[in-house]
Write a protein that binds this ligand. Structure first.
Ligand SMILES: Cc1cc2nc3c(=O)[nH]c(=O)nc-3n(C[C@H](O)[C@H](O)[C@H](O)COP(=O)(O)O)c2cc1C
Length: 182
């Protein structure tokens, strides 16, 4: 059986970014607990060529990111909170994704905001977006405030616990899909 291709995509448009660091923490959890590797990319990788009106006019780097998301067996999604939601360019990436490409794919949701006020962005903004695609969003979503993510410090136990639970759910879903396909 081939190795699953799991893509982490984060809506940060600068680095370092705490939202990307949270996706990296989830990737580390998947690798350590389940031996699953995650190929992480973000809006910085897509570059300014992502701001195209149509797929045909995307820059090469941006097209590479869009196609990697479409080909993925599962996604780890991250975003910084902007104005109570995800950034417009993050949504633009998904406006370019083929409808049907993400159907039944496991999708693990994460977000980082400046505070805790918008912690339900994962439930009220991200989850419906992937519902549109008929993806299988993982029940446990992960939100952190910027203050909870200090460089070089371990994540607070509550967030580390949610990551462990979410990656276990993600891996179980992935294994189930692969067993069905075999
Ligand atoms: C344009 C903009 C809008 C933002 N809006 C919100 C918001 O509505 N709610 C919130 O909690 N944080 C908001 N933030 C804060 C960012 O979510 C937060 O600083 C970021 O996730 C931390 O990651 P960083 O390491 O990339 O700075 C906003 C930041 C910017 C730049």
């Amino acid at each position: 059986m081939t190795t699953p291709h799991i893509v982490g995509f984060c809506g940060n448009s600068w680095r370092p970014a705490k939202s990307r660091a949270l996706v990296e923490a989830v990737g580390a959890g998947l690798r350590e607990r389940h031996g699953v590797a995650v190929d992480i990319m973000d809006l910085v990788d897509a570059g300014p060529g992502i701001a195209a009106f149509t797929r045909d006019t995307l820059g090469d780097a941006a097209r590479g990111v869009v196609e990697a998301i479409e080909r993925a067996d599962g996604l780890v999604i991250g975003t910084p909170v902007f104005q109570g939601s995800y950034p417009g360019l993050f949504k633009h990436v998904f406006d370019l994704i083929e409808v049907g490409a993400l159907r039944n794919r496991p999708v693990l949701l994460t977000a980082v905001g400046g505070g805790l006020r918008h912690s339900l962005v994962v439930e009220h903004q991200l989850r419906p977006l992937f519902g549109f695609f008929e993806a299988c969003t993982i029940s446990t979503a992960i939100y952190a405030s910027a203050a909870e993510m200090t460089d070089g410090e371990p994540l607070p136990p509550a967030i580390a616990g949610r990551i462990a639970n979410a990656v276990d759910q993600f891996a179980a879903h992935l294994a189930g899909r692969r067993a069905d396909a075999a």
